[in-house]
Design a protein around this ligand. Sequence first.
Ligand code: 5AD
Ligand code: FES
Length: 348
Amino acid sequence: MTELVEKLCSAGNLSDEEMKLLITAEDTAVAELLRIRADEVRQRTYGKKVFLRGLIEISSYCRNDCLYCGIRRSNKDADRYRLDRDMILSCCESGYALGFRTFVMQGGEDAYFSDDVMCDIISEIRRKYPDCAITLSLGERSRDSYRRMKDAGADRYLLRHEAAAPDLYHSLHPDSMSLENRKNCLYTLKELGYQVGAGFMVGAPGQTTEHIIADLRFLQELQPQMIGIGPFVPHHSTPFAEEKGGTLELTLRLLGILRLMFPKVLLPATTALGTISPTGREQGLKTGCNVVMPNLSPVDVRKKYDLYDNKICTGEEAAECRMCLQRRIVSAGYEVAAERGDCAGFTS
Ligand code: 5AD
Ligand code: FES
């Protein structure tokens, strides 16, 4: 089965049947070779650099009702908050001092953050930190909204597609949401010149190997600059409270496969991966990941951005989280890159 790893490494692609064998192979030699090849491929483009993204969780209000998510509208137990302009700017100020050159503003779909409010914040960050990249992760919005925020100075947008197979997408989301709209948002963002991130959860309830292959095919079609994947982790106040979570092994397998399919992509070792295993992010870095996203949100709101149970980094100050990740990066044999960290070869 190791020959499939070599084939994926040289051709960058496999047939559906081969992909299925590679995803499900239990042979430990496959996992080991995939890690080695994924690391070689990331080092060819990015060396040992790991890019830092300062994550600012701006709101836990959300009009959506995704079945897996702890901040879904129906979760009446969720403790909601939103940051105001000054709080967001002060996160950027401490983040800049800590060496971050990308700020990610992520939040639920909160009507408070209208285009006017967002554009005002984005242009102020752009003015104060011309050397930084501004990334948004605010869910589905209109083309006009995406365009205005791009014009105000945003560079990148993260919007996981969550599931490219219609049956799985519909079992994870309420009827009010559609896969078609999700995909359209991603294509629109690309057209507008954003560096775009898509992705999905590993081990989501009902997810089969065929569903995962559909996700890989969609990513091949979209050709995003960033791909975010992490294990599904159940949240106690959602309909999926009793479901099993995604595994470390399958997440690492897919990270390695993604690195071989998309040699230049920006691939984060996610917080969810660090949540299911104390060494999850380090193992991710060794299996092709080249991005980590330390939490820059004010400590008093962190526990409220409660997407899934036992989320890590909720008690630490920004500086502590930054240093903790730096130690982890160095212990895994990599180095922190103090730069914007754009996707290699990206031209807008
Ligand atoms: N487990 C893991 N990841 C989750 N997300 C939302 N809920 C969960 C969960 N229970 C992910 C989604 C979303 C991102 C911000 O967090 O994929 O796009
Ligand atoms: Fe946030 Fe370790 S990375 S506390």
